[in-house]
Design a binder for this molecule. Structure first.
Ligand SMILES: [Zn+2]
Length: 456
């Protein structure tokens, strides 16, 4: 993997033909060839040979094709200035690997010791019980970015180029303070797609790892305060539709451009269906923190399956959802599954004790659970999953096709946030960002996310 050849090797011996001339203008800092590109409309997609190539420059895709045509981009150099550009070209033989759009995570709380709620307190130390709970202002160095950068870097190493920063439930005031900090991060960092408030309008019957003390029904004032605090960067909010005022809240959030997700809910099928009719469009971590499917009480999961516009999040780590259940839901809602991590601070760290919001969490064998006051392990508290593992499991265990699995970790989440159109199937087209990963035949990640890591 990653073998390089001299892009000018044939330039001196092969005179440019007229047919080559049209390719001169295509800048190509990086060319990856010998790949199977997992990008495009599934209805017309087929894997024939690993002979596809893609050229990139300035962070954008500049050309894409099949066969040996890529050689024209590097072997025909008419002018000295063009030669100077072309001599910079890195040519990478993918050796038959899959080339896919880099991943996008719709639901992510942290990594590398950092939680989104850390705000100005900066990154947490591993192994401490009070990580992330330092009072804001006490050690405000004015630079929260290093913690965020560390978090993004952990996920980047696992193929994720962009994510929504998720916040666990807090008081409305506390959440608004966190969102104000997050809004600045979202504006400054293109890897932050937006903010995701997971609560506090959640069911006390299904709190999961959220502190029950702060859960509350939505009021018009609280909804307005949250929208204002996020200042245009709130991408998603999770709420329980059976709470008083929830339908009004759904309408207000959706008209403000916020995707509403249903989750941490005791809602019936009918209540959930009404929420989806009112504009809700995502089911938060399907199966987790909601009533299970019963043949006489189908519940929120089948309401999501029946509402064709709804995206179903799935924590595909084999712990949150069993493999047969994951297989069932991917078959019930093809093209609408969004693989998420729900990752918390311990992701990319050693086992130990961390916090999620205000709750202590113990991570053992990479499994995060709330630490009860008697020292026992409580509810599952987020995950330490990364999207490359989720994608690999989706193919090797659950049975999704490679294209489907990659779309569930890139195109589907972008669509769920309204960042690409319903009819668009391509993320690596000409003029699009050159953010991609390489995966081997068993779907193991061979590169980090992003073109800049490509030439390793
Ligand atoms: Zn949750």
């Amino acid at each position: 993997m990653g073998s390089e050849s001299d892009p000018n090797g044939a330039a001196n011996t092969a005179p440019a033909s007229a047919a080559d001339a049209r390719t001169y203008a295509v800048p190509a800092e990086v060319i990856v060839h010998g790949a199977i590109i997992l990008d495009g409309d599934p209805s017309s997609f087929s894997i024939e040979r690993a002979d596809q190539w893609i050229a990139m420059a300035g962070g954008m895709v500049t050309a894409r094709g099949r066969g040996d045509e890529w050689m024209r981009l590097t072997t025909s150099v008419p002018t000295a200035s063009a030669r100077a550009v072309q001599s910079q070209t890195r040519v990478i033989d993918a050796g038959g690997a899959y080339l896919a759009p880099a991943f996008v995570d719709l639901h992510c709380h942290g990594a590398g010791g950092f939680s989104t709620e850390d705000g100005q307190t900066g990154p947490a130390e591993p192994g401490l019980t009070d990580t992330g709970s330092a009072e804001p202002g006490l050690e405000d160095t004015g630079s929260a970015e290093p913690g965020l950068e560390e978090m993004l870097e952990v996920h980047r190493r696992h193929g994720t180029r962009a994510l929504a920063l998720s916040y666990v439930s807090d008081t409305v005031t506390g959440l608004c303070d966190s969102l104000t900090v997050g809004a600045q991060w979202a504006r400054e960092n293109p890897a932050v797609l937006g903010l995701h408030a997971e609560g506090p309008f959640l069911s006390p019957r299904f709190p999961g790892a959220h502190s029950p003390a702060v859960l509350t029904p939505p009021t018009a004032e609280a909804v307005a305060a949250i929208i204002a605090a996020a200042d245009g960067t709130l991408a998603q909010i999770t709420l329980a539709p059976e709470l008083p005022g929830a339908l009004d809240a759904i309408r207000t959030f959706t008209s403000a451009g916020v995707a509403v997700a249903i989750g941490h809910t005791s809602a019936t099928y009918e209540q959930t269906a009404r929420a989806f009719d009112a504009g809700a469009s995502i089911l938060t971590h399907t199966f987790n923190a909601m009533p299970r499917i019963h043949h006489r009480e189908p519940g929120p999961i089948l309401a999501a399956v029946d509402a064709g516009h709804v995206t179903l999040e799935l924590i595909n780590d084999g712990v949150h959802v069993s493999t047969p259940a994951a297989r069932m839901i991917t078959n019930l809602a093809p093209g609408r599954i969004s693989l998420i991590t729900d990752a918390m601070a311990a992701t990319g760290m050693v086992d130990g004790q961390y916090t999620l919001g205000s709750l202590p969490v113990r991570v053992e064998n990479s499994e995060a659970r709330v630490l009860e006051s008697d020292g026992s392990a409580g509810a599952i508290a987020g995950s330490t999953l990364t999207l490359d593992d989720a994608v690999r499991r989706a193919v090797t265990k659950v049975g999704m096709s490679p294209l489907e699995a990659v779309r569930a970790a890139s195109l589907v989440p972008l669509r769920a946030l309204g960042l690409i159109g319903e009819d668009e199937h391509c993320l690596l087209g000409i003029g699009m960002p050159a953010e991609y990963v390489l995966l081997d035949a068993e779907m193991n990640l061979l590169t980090s996310a992003g073109e800049r890591n490509m030439a390793r």
